[in-house]
Design a binder for this molecule. Sequence first.
Ligand code: AQP
Length: 328
Amino acid sequence: MAVIRVLSGIQPSGELHIGNYFGAIQAWVKDQYEFDSFFTIVDLHAITVEHTPEELRANTLSLAMTLLAAGLDPEVCTIFVQSHVSAHAELSWLLECTATYGELSRMTQFKEKGRSDESVRAALFTYPALMAADILLYQAERVPVGEDQRQHLELTRDIAIRFNTKYGETFKIPEATIPPLGARVMDLAHPTKKMSKSAKSRAGTIFILDTPDEISKKVSKAVTDTENKVRYDIANKPGVTNLLELFCAATGEHPSEVASRYSMYGDLKRNVADAIIALLEPLQQRYEELSEDPAEVSRILRLGAEKATEIAAPTLVLAKNNIGLVAP
Ligand code: AQP
């Protein structure tokens, strides 16, 4: 039976938060036991916006430790840093030459982060071509991501189909796999905005390494509404709905059933905080242990990059050949 390959990535653009965990990492941990899985820390993506070199280096290692602490097992899946595999940057150029200006202009993430700002980096605009390269290099069929990446995945599919049609069969066509709950965790302080690593204030973001006290405080201050009725209703009650989603993503329960058990926001908030604290406690403990052995983490990343380089190489050769480049 053919092996199904999984690829997904995360930017070392700040500390991992509970949105990243529920939207992507939780599925990665499951997928690694079922599929041939590759997970990458996409540092080349993180330099498409203003950054500090020292912070980027520290974030990259800390993110690797967090992913391992969250349950990624290097004996079962491949974990690597994107810039350690040069094929990503090479294929990205070929795909930039396949994508159109119109397609890239329509990406909402670019519109939100950079459009109308003259100083925005050119690479932020072409970011989706690099993301397509990340996926297509591994002939990945499944890409577990949060809702915000759906549009980029659609573009990846369009680019791959166009490349195959114009230049001959080269890439498998991937599909996004998006979790039913926690695919778009909202900022606790601004529940109509996505929870984000690079949010201006930390108040609405639960970071994976936040202390129990910090988590309780953030959840207790979460913005809700004045109705004081616990109901799952994204359009009219975004704050309460977000709390219900968080609770269910942590416990595996169903939001409407959970909603029917509560009449007071305060009780719901306390239980949401407790569920998240309980979920994160073992992860935080493993992080502490791993941070005592950074050499081991570097070793895992080195081995991961070796394996990824080996798997990516034939696709890059095929893509270069099919697009008409002469072999050396
Ligand atoms: N709020 C979210 N809810 C659910 N899933 C989310 N993801 C991100 N935010 C949420 C998913 O996490 C994975 C890794 O994300 P990323 O590092 O590629 O960057 P992003 O999507 O731009 O996420 P951030 O945290 O908001 O980073 P910054 O602030 O740097 O832009 C992806 O699968 C994503 O869908």
